[in-house]
Design a protein around this ligand. Structure first.
Ligand code: TXA
Ligand code: MG
Length: 326
C-alpha cells in the first residue's frame, strides 16, 4: 500500500469526503493539526484503534488523545469540572489537552484510554475540527510517526516514515505550532501539568491565577505523558547544551548566537534567528528531521531558554537525547 496524499488547500471537498469514508470504514487517516500531524481513527471502534497501535508500533499501555469538534461535543464524552471548562473556553480550539473523567457508556473504547477511567480530550484548529464534525465521532490521534521517532510537522515527514502502511494522508501544509499539545489535569484545587506543549504553562497560570504543578523529570509512567524517557529520537545521537560544536557534528543553535567551532560542523541550523521561542517550537521537529538527514554521527544543540514554549522544546530535546532502548 502506498498512501494517497490529498492537498486540503487544493481539494477541500475531496479531502473531507475521502477522509470521512476511510474513517467510517475503520481505517486510520493522517490529518494535519496545528501542533503535529495526527494518525487519526474512530475512538469508538476497537479495530480502528488497534490499527493505530499497529501502524505506529506503539505500546498499548499508552493512552491516546481523543479529538473533538468543539466543547459541546467533548461534553458528550467527558465530565468537566469548572476549572477545566474555563481552560477549554479560553484555549479551544488550540493546543491544550485536558485529562477528564470519562462519561460512562459514552462509547469511547477502552483501547483508546488504555483502560483508564479518564480520557485526554482536545479540540484542534481548522480542517481537523471540520472533519470530526463531519464524521461526528471522536478521533483518537497520536502523532503520525513510528513510536519513539521524531513527530511529523509536514505531510512529507509522514509519507517518508509511514507512507507504505497508510491509505490516506491529508496534506495541510506545515504545522503552525510544531510541538504537541500541553496536557493538563485538574485534581480538585490542584492543576497538574502532565506534558509541556504548545500553550505555555505561564499562560495557564495567568488565566487561572494560580500556580501549575510541573511534572518531575521525565519518567516512564502513564501519569507523566510523553512518557517514555527516550522519545522523539533521531537516528543520530543528540548532545544538549552544547556551547561549542565538535568536528563531524550537525549544530542546531538558537537566537542567531554564534557557537564556537561551527565552521567545523557538517551543517548549522538556527531554531529562530530572532530568538522567538514560538518560532523555535514550530521549527524544532523539522530541523531535527533535516539535521538527521545529514547523516552525521551526532547532533549538537545549543542551550534553549526554559520559559514560555522553551519548556516544551527542552522537554522534547531531553527525550531526544535520552538513552535508548534496544
Ligand atoms: O498535539 C497533540 O496532542 C498531538 C496531535 C496529533 O493532536 N497528539 C498527541 O497524542 O500528542 P499522543 O497520543 O501522542 O499523546 C497523548 C499523550 C500520551 O502520551 C498519554 O500518556 C497522554 O497523552 N494521555 C492520554 N490520555 C491520558 C489519560 N487519560 N491520562 C493521562 N495521560 C493521558
Ligand atoms: Mg507522539
Amino acid at each position: 500500500m502506498t498512501a494517497r496524499i490529498i492537498d486540503i488547500s487544493k481539494e477541500p471537498d475531496l479531502a473531507l469526503a475521502e477522509a470521512s469514508a476511510r474513517l467510517l470504514e475503520g481505517l486510520p487517516v493522517v490529518i494535519p493539526t496545528e501542533t503535529v500531524y495526527g494518525l487519526a481513527a474512530d475512538a469508538t471502534s476497537p479495530s480502528a484503534i488497534t490499527r493505530i497501535y499497529e501502524t505506529k508500533g506503539r505500546p498499548r499501555f499508552n493512552p491516546l488523545i481523543c479529538h473533538m469538534a468543539d466543547l459541546a461535543m467533548a461534553e458528550r464524552y467527558a465530565l468537566f469540572d469548572p476549572l477545566s471548562r474555563k481552560l477549554a473556553e479560553a484555549f479551544w480550539p488550540g493546543p491544550l489537552t485536558l485529562v477528564l473523567p470519562l462519561k460512562s457508556g459514552c462509547g469511547i473504547h477502552a483501547l483508546a484510554t488504555a483502560g483508564l477511567e479518564t480520557v485526554g480530550v482536545r479540540v484542534p484548529k481548522g480542517s481537523a475540527a471540520d472533519l470530526i464534525r463531519h464524521v461526528d465521532r471522536p478521533l483518537a490521534a497520536p502523532s503520525a510517526n513510528t513510536s519513539g521517532r521524531i513527530s511529523p510537522t509536514s505531510a512529507q515527514h509522514v509519507a517518508e516514515d509511514l507512507g507504505d502502511k497508510l491509505a490516506l494522508i491529508l496534506d495541510g501544509g506545515s504545522a503552525d505550532v510544531g510541538v504537541e499539545s500541553t496536557i493538563v489535569k485538574v485534581e480538585g484545587e490542584r492543576i497538574r501539568l502532565l506534558r509541556p506543549g504548545g500553550i505555555a504553562a505561564e499562560e495557564i497560570e495567568r488565566l487561572l491565577g494560580r500556580p501549575i504543578e510541573r511534572p518531575a523529570a521525565p519518567a516512564p509512567t502513564i501519569e507523566a505523558p510523553g512518557m517514555l524517557a527516550s522519545h522523539y529520537a533521531p537516528n543520530a545521537a543528540v548532545r544538549l547544551d552544547a556551547t561549542a560544536a565538535e568536528p563531524g557534528e550537525v549544530l542546531i543553535r538558537f537566537g542567531g548566537r554564534p557557537v564556537t567551532g561551527s565552521e567545523a560542523a557538517l551543517a548549522v541550523f538556527d531554531l529562530s534567528e530572532a530568538g522567538d521561542l514560538a518560532e523555535a517550537a514550530s521549527n524544532l521537529f523539522d530541523m531535527l528531521h533535516a539535521a538527521d538527514a545529514v547523516s552525521a554521527g551526532r547532533i549538537a544543540i545549543a542551550p534553549i531558554p526554559e520559559h514560555g514554549l522553551g519548556e516544551a522544546i527542552n522537554d522534547r530535546l531531553a527525550r531526544a537525547a535520552a538513552p535508548r532502548d534496544q
